[in-house]
Design a protein around this ligand. Structure first.
Ligand code: G6P
Length: 469
């Protein structure tokens, strides 16, 4: 590896915050997909550290570089590793297993071997670029072995780990052939953070049952005398900067354009997701279609805009969910649309922040219906953009965000009738009721923004080391 400068603050995540746009000769970068990057980018900026991750496609040079003021250290993955570690173990084993087996997880020994190998590469890179006593913050399900690997190499550094997705109940986790290795990997951290208290409790229980380490609430006692903490830190977004963007005249103008293109007087329902089978996209589109069929809403009164950003496109279950959703969109539009009036506008694309803010401003009813979701930052982004305290949020009980956004129209996405009722209720709600709900939700996100999340985690991490001596 090329010589890198030693850094007191290191973020380690599978992906870099920017993706190399492929097919382009000159280096072009765009923001990587997903909530992890949305949340962590401002944290790295504030702490002025280095971010270690995979650049999404092959580079000519793997030396540390800078994009837009961020220091980035790219990790190389071979084609085989992308298949076995990223598409295989990470996204066909761990992702479905940790999301309540919404899809069936596959277990393959070669995938596990690649997972170990790639985790070791990330740990080696972190060990090389961390300064003495540095803070190294490891993220998410792709890198659960890194904490222990890094501790073996660099016992001086303080290691935090944060899991952005749900941590499953013991009955599901137990299916994993490498369950003990994953637990041992995570125990290498000084502090293990989860989105919800239930995830932290599942982890402590598994560590007790499977490895025999005692715990008292969130405190875990290892045999060698070391102690660590496992607890919930619900993640958030940069409220101030997103709200500022949403207030700009450009975003306001673009949101008016969107409204007039869709038909000014229509209620705009909006869904924004990575195209993923955990997100419940089909269910919400079906509920919307049924409301039209049953004449509870008319095509002239409402439209559904679904942004589905491309994700993990070579993984079979993602290929299937895309076909499924597109069949439903085609069927609903074909059956219910007429010239110049489509019930669903389906956009298989990702958009820059400005366009997303304009969409969040243009919408009347935001529909977020995952079957399982660590947090769901889209729900928080929507609320942040609604500075006039209007608009409604329909939110799945199974998203971590439901713990905080209690004033949303909470739904069980498996219950299509309940979903229909809530979408209709959100559309017809009294504006005073909506304003009351929105005010409370906005206060929650404003007071618990990404800065307070990172500060709390990092302060606790600093305290851990002092407690452990
Ligand atoms: C979720 C995960 C992240 C991941 C992101 C995008 O937010 O928690 O770890 O980076 O999805 O998925 P991708 O596979 O494209 O990195």
């Amino acid at each position: 590896m090329a010589e890198t400068s030693k850094c007191p603050f290191v973020v380690v995540a599978n992906r870099l915050p920017v993706d190399r746009v492929s097919g382009d000769d000159s280096a072009q970068w765009r923001t990587s997909p997903g909530g992890l990057v949305t949340a962590l980018e401002p944290v790295l900026r504030q702490h002025n550290g280095v971010w270690i991750g995979w650049p999404g496609s092959a580079l000519d040079d793997y030396a540390q570089f800078e994009v837009d003021g961020l220091n980035l250290l790219p990790i190389e993955l071979t084609g085989d590793e992308i298949e076995a570690y990223y598409e295989g173990m990470s996204n066909s084993t761990l992702w479905p297993l940790y999301h309540d087996v919404v899809a069936k997880p596959a277990f393959h020994r070669e995938w596990w071997e690649a997972y170990v190998q790639v985790n070791q590469r990330f740990a080696d890179a972190a060990a090389q670029c961390a300064a003495r006593d540095a803070v190294v913050w490891v993220h998410d399900y792709q890198l659960q072995l890194v904490p222990a690997m890094l501790r073996a190499l660099r016992p001086d550094v303080r290691i935090g780990f944060f899991l952005h997705i749900p941590f499953p109940p013991t009955e599901l986790f137990k299916q994993l052939p490498w369950r003990n290795q994953i637990l041992e990997g995570l125990l290498g951290a000084d502090l293990v953070g989860f989105q919800r208290p239930g995830g932290a409790a599942n982890f402590a229980r598994l560590v007790r049952l499977r490895l025999g380490h005692k715990n008292h609430r969130e405190r875990i006692y290892l045999d060698d005398g070391r102690q660590l903490t496992a607890q919930a830190y619900p993640i958030s977004i940069d409220f101030t900067s997103l709200e500022k963007l949403a207030r700009t005249p450009q975003v306001q103008q673009r949101s008016e354009e969107i409204r007039s293109e869709l038909g000014d007087s229509r209620t705009i329902f909006l869904g924004v997701d990575r195209l993923d089978y955990t997100k419940g996209i089909r269910q919400r589109l079906r509920a919307f279609g049924e409301l039209i069929v049953d004449e509870l809403i008319s095509l002239d009164d409402a439209v559904f805009v679904q942004v589905a950003s491309p994700s993990r496109e070579r993984v079979q279950q993602y290929i299937e969910v895309r076909h499924d959703i597109e069949r439903w969109v085609g069927r609903i539009n074909g059956d219910l649309g007429r010239i110049g009036r489509q019930p669903i506008h389906y956009l298989h694309s990702s958009y820059p922040r400005e366009e997303m803010a304009a969409l969040f401003r243009a919408a009347d009813v935001m529909v977020v219906t995952p079957f399982a979701d660590g947090m769901n930052l889209v729900a928080k982004e929507f609320v942040t953009c609604r500075y006039e305290n209007n608009g409604a949020l329909v939110l799945s009980e199974f998203a971590g965000a439901a713990d905080e956004l209690r004033q949303a129209f909470l739904v069980n996405p498996h219950d299509i009738n309940g979903l229909r009722d809530s979408m209709l209720a959100a559309m017809l709600a009294d504006p005073r009721d909506l304003a009351r709900r929105m005010r409370a939700m906005r206060r929650q996100v404003r007071e618990n923004d990404i800065d307070s999340w990172a500060t709390k985690f990092l302060t606790d991490l600093a305290g851990e080391r002092m407690r452990s001596g």
